[in-house]
Design a protein around this ligand. Structure first.
Ligand code: ADP
Length: 459
């Protein structure tokens, strides 16, 4: 028998068991009266439980399900179990939704959920940032009222989302950003708008394009010169030996120039390559600076007064080759941009616990507005002077890269007509202490043995 019927049948059986014995003893009327009283009591009990159920339905909280009496007791217990299970399911769903919202908020991309009428359903903080939306305020709004760029509206309404749309956005919080927008249709005409910030990537692309254009431009001049000479020499039936000699010398100069350019480009590309880790060797900077000093004397050919001041014998942790290239560039620039008779000083010292290598010259100097751009690739203040002296326009870009790999910075002070100081300031934790003996072994005869002013004059 269905267990739900058991209790009502039992109640009827009890009523019958009470009423039927009365019939033979007290008569039909008394039996009917008792039956009416019992049924009225049962009806009152049902009405009472029904009113409990009704008032619970008006405020159906899981913890206030009534206990009930009689056959309602079991009914309310089932209801209680059902409500509790539903509460648990709801809590689980709530938790899943919360986790989903947290994941959406953590996404590096802007995400907007649109319904079939392109009304905003949900959006994450990145979407608020890039599209200038407010999730709470804009829910239910048509996205085209809020994101009004004509290209976006056209893209959304066009319905062809096979290729993403790149758009520039001007937002209050991030300034100008370039977003790659992709729309994905899902469900019943719902849409997912994804926005990825590609500003950095676009800038890199522009830099790459400019770089290729610059390199081509740099190579075009020497190639044109070579081409011109070769054509002239080929056209000459009786080559004039003196002129041939001169042409060959000039061609050689152009080849040397191209060679320097290629070498600098290769150095830059090695430095920029993330797969080349920085070496962490102890570099005896006193030795290195003395070699640079000797190179400077040779490069100047006695035309400048070159001095060397070594005030510390500390070395640096890093790459000797890279440091030589960077510091060497500062020295050769000083010679190239200082007119004959000028003075150049190479200085290795400790400044507030930070090792500093500086080159000071009394050369042509640089106007203040150029200074911030000097380390850009191919940036030159005076193009013709740079080219005349064999410059590639890449020297300070190499310096900047090497210094940043060594966590150092370049400080430039300059005054037009008076001269410049280029200082490489290294972090104190790159310092390596060398014994005087070490320096003496690896350095030239004039290596400093103590912390002292080892000023040397070239002339
Ligand atoms: P370049 O090969 O042209 O010298 P760099 O990158 O080494 O290229 O330098 C960039 C520009 O900075 C140079 O073209 C020059 O105008 C300026 N510059 C660099 N060093 C000095 C200096 N010591 N004195 C004056 N100008 C300098």
């Amino acid at each position: 028998m269905n267990p739900h019927w058991r209790k009502p049948l039992l109640t009827i059986a009890i009523v019958a068991a009470v009423v039927l014995p009365i019939w033979p003893i007290a008569g039909k009327t008394a039996a009917l009266f008792v039956a009416c009283v019992v049924l009225a009591l049962l009806l009152a009990q049902h009405l009472y439980n029904f009113s409990l159920f009704h008032s619970w339905l008006l405020d159906p909280r899981p913890d206030s399900v009534p206990n009930g009496t009689g056959s309602w007791e079991q009914l309310f217990s089932y209801l209680h179990r059902l409500v509790r299970r539903q509460g648990q399911t709801e809590a689980r769903l709530q938790e899943a939704l919360l986790r989903f919202q947290k994941a959406g908020a953590a996404l590096p991309e802007a995400v907007i959920l649109l319904d079939a009428d392109n009304r905003i359903d949900q959006c994450n903080p990145k979407a608020e940032k890039y599209f200038g939306l407010r999730a709470a305020r804009d829910r239910g709004q048509q996205i085209t009222y809020l994101v009004r760029q004509p290209q976006f509206v056209e893209y959304l309404q066009g319905g062809d989302f096979t290729t993403p749309l790149n758009l520039k956005f001007q937002t209050g919080t991030v300034g100008e950003a370039i977003l790659s927008i992709q729309i994905v249709a899902y469900g019943d005409s719902d849409k997912l708008v994804l926005g990825r910030d590609i500003t950095r990537w676009e800038r890199l692309e522009t830099t790459r394009r400019d770089f290729v254009a610059n390199v081509s431009h740099e190579l075009r001049t020497p190639l044109t010169v070579l081409n011109g000479f070769l054509e002239t020499l080929t056209d000459m039936e009786q080559p004039d030996p003196a002129m041939t000699r001169r042409s060959l010398d000039l061609m050689m100069q152009q080849c040397v120039r191209m060679n320097h350019l290629v070498e600098d480009l290769l150095t830059l590309s090695r430095l920029e390559s993330t797969v080349t880790p920085l070496r962490d060797d102890p570099v005896p900077v006193c030795d290195l600076v003395q070699h640079l000093y000797q190179d400077a004397l040779a490069l100047s050919g006695g035309k400048h007064d070159i001095r060397l001041r070594l005030e510390t014998r500390v070395g640096l942790r890093g790459s000797a080759e890279e440091l030589r290239s960077a510091l060497g560039n500062l020295v050769s620039n000083a010679i190239r941009y200082t007119p004959e008779g000028g003075r150049i000083e190479l200085h290795w010292e400790m400044r507030d616990h930070a090792p500093v290598f500086s080159v000071t010259d009394t050369g042509i100097g640089i106007e203040a507005h150029h200074i911030d751009r000097l380390t850009e690739r191919f940036y030159r203040v005076d193009r013709s002077r740079s080219r005349e002296t064999g410059g590639t326009g890449l020297g300070l870009a190499i310096v900047k890269h090497v210094l940043s790999r060594h966590h150092a910075r370049l400080e430039i002070q300059s005054e037009p007509g008076r001269g410049s100081t280029f200082a490489a300031v290294f972090p104190p934790d790159r310092t390596v202490i060398f014994d005087a003996e070490d320096i003496a072994i690896s350095g030239p005869a004039a290596a400093p043995r103590a912390i002292e002013d080892a000023t040397t004059a070239a002339s």
